[in-house]
Design a protein around this ligand. Structure first.
Ligand SMILES: *[C@@H]1O[C@H](CO)[C@@H](O)[C@H](O)[C@H]1NC(C)=O
Ligand SMILES: *[C@@H]1O[C@H](CO)[C@@H](O)[C@H](O)[C@H]1NC(C)=O
Ligand SMILES: *[C@@H]1O[C@H](CO)[C@@H](O)[C@H](O)[C@H]1NC(C)=O
Ligand SMILES: *[C@@H]1O[C@H](CO)[C@@H](O)[C@H](O)[C@H]1NC(C)=O
Ligand SMILES: *[C@@H]1O[C@H](CO)[C@@H](O)[C@H](O)[C@H]1NC(C)=O
Ligand SMILES: *[C@@H]1O[C@H](CO)[C@@H](O)[C@H](O)[C@H]1NC(C)=O
Ligand SMILES: *[C@@H]1O[C@H](CO)[C@@H](O)[C@H](O)[C@H]1NC(C)=O
Length: 393
């Protein structure tokens, strides 16, 4: 499913089999009238990405909705994954999904593939891998070609999954974000674990959007490309090709220079938690439920829990973050640059004008993140009513 390879042992975390302290049940709270945070999660959803929304639910946050974006595949297909995940989680009736922009602001398959001719191929090309219908029929999400096509096999060939029977909410992801933030000024976090296209559109639609959110959390912004290249090209390409940013460099720059009250970047530090088979088996052994089965069947054992780590940083920063710095960042938006789409960190004395500070997470507690992931997959809410009863169990 993911054509990635590399010396992942460098990052491998050995999970001890010692019993973790799980709650016997997962308590959830009706957050309608509490001051708890609200969040919109924007992602290129896939069959196991739902862990990213289970985390805020477990922490009693209100998930106002999901937005889909084009990053690993087109926004229509990734939005259908969001719908399928919510359906299996019995949460379709309380969490809407808004389809995002089909295309990035400027990047296209043509510009991406021309960049590769000039600067070298990225082994992970996301949505801009060449279209291959044979590969898609095997159960892989669509890349390049027509953004409006749906590949049903990416749902029907996966264990414990299926094509969604529910549909998108009316309106675009960017319009939804603008409306939700206007209705809840200062309360809504934006979580972005795919490309930043919808976030940038929301920033441009409403000049007050960014400053009226309660912050932006981003999975992306790798800073050590050259270092990793020196270690080995495969490693660079596997873990540090920053596809979320490269898919839409201009949107990334708009988001990273907008006046969000704060921006948190989780990138290299999200490489640490990689499940092994024992980890996945334990999820089902502890609590056999539709979501634990789905993760065991479909989560690769060679990729880190990237988005989930970013979500863990968002919901429980005190417990998760071990080291962070504040730094000014720019994004390279020069198409002819080999670093098109990469961030450029600066100290104040050397930076170009127009940049802002972000929180850059250097190190997270991998043990804690792994525990959080286990807990939410083992004890998901059974349906919407459980979110609304103040923790029925
Ligand atoms: C969520 O709310 C319930 C009910 O008030 C509470 O028992 C639980 O500890 C809260 N969960 C978290 C992670 O704060
Ligand atoms: C298309 O995908 C099939 C199945 O994975 C593969 O065998 C074939 O080499 C791919 N074609 C190209 C042009 O990459
Ligand atoms: C939609 O319904 C069909 C038929 O009941 C089922 O096979 C499929 O798994 C359902 N999709 C999801 C995402 O639950
Ligand atoms: C970001 O700003 C919001 C609004 O001021 C605040 O509630 C939140 O705690 C801040 N988050 C971080 C990570 O600084
Ligand atoms: C990391 O988290 C684990 C589990 O919650 C905890 O036992 C440990 O003390 C934490 N480590 C650090 C360095 O905070
Ligand atoms: C969803 O509801 C069905 C029917 O009540 C139940 O069997 C299933 O376990 C629920 N899913 C989850 C994730 O709890
Ligand atoms: C949550 O609480 C609000 C206010 O009391 C109530 O109107 C709403 O129906 C509750 N939500 C659910 C799902 O029970």
């Amino acid at each position: 499913m993911y054509p990635l390879r590399g010396p992942l042992w460098l990052f491998a975390i050995l999970f001890s089999s010692r019993a973790l302290s799980h709650p016997s049940t997962a308590p959830y709270l009706n957050t309608t009238t509490t001051g708890n945070p609200k969040v919109i999660l924007d992602n290129d959803w896939n069959p196991t990405a739902f862990i990213a929304f289970l985390l805020p639910l477990f922490y009693n946050w209100t998930v106002l909705g999901l937005a889909s974006d084009t990053a690993n595949s087109w926004a229509l297909q990734t939005g259908l994954h969001g719908l399928a995940s919510l359906e299996i989680a019995n949460l379709s009736s309380c969490i809407p999904v808004y389809k995002g922009s089909d295309y990035p602001l400027l990047q296209t398959a043509h510009t991406f593939q021309t960049y590769e001719l000039l600067h070298g191929e990225l082994p992970w090309k996301g949505v801009f891998a060449k279209e291959n219908t044979t590969f898609e029929k095997l159960g892989n999400d669509p890349t390049s070609g027509d953004p409006r096509r749906i590949v049903k096999e990416a749902f029907t060939t996966k264990g414990y999954y299926g094509y969604p029977n529910v549909t998108f909410a009316e309106g675009s992801a960017a319009e939804f974000m603008v409306k939700a933030v206007r209705e809840n000024p200062g309360r809504v976090r934006i979580f972005s674990a795919g490309a930043l296209t919808n976030v940038a559109l929301a920033v441009r639609l409403d000049p007050d959007f960014a400053k009226n959110t309660a912050g932006l959390y981003i999975m992306g912004g790798y800073v050590d490309r050259f270092l990793e290249q020196a270690i080995g090209d495969v490693l660079r390409a596997d873990l540090v090709s920053d596809i979320n940013f490269i898919v839409d460099p201009e949107a990334t720059k708009i988001a990273l220079t907008a006046d969000f009250p704060n921006i948190t970047l989780v990138a290299n530090s999200a490489n640490g938690v990689i499940p092994d088979q024992a980890f996945l088996d334990e999820l089902v052994a502890v609590n056999d439920n539709p979501l634990s089965r789905l993760v065991r069947a479909n989560q690769p054992t060679f990729l880190p829990f990237w988005d989930e780590t970013a979500a863990a940083v968002m919901v429980d920063p005190e417990a998760v973050i071990l080291d962070e710095v504040e730094v000014y960042v720019d994004v390279d938006t020069s198409y002819h640059s080999p670093l098109y789409g990469y961030i450029r960190p600066y100290q104040a004395a050397l930076m170009p004008p127009g940049l802002r500070k972000v929180k850059y997470i250097n190190k997270v507690n991998d043990t804690k993140v792994a525990e959080m992931i286990k807990t939410v997959v083992e004890f998901p809410p059974k349906d919407c009513s459980e979110l609304g009863t103040g923790g029925k169990m």
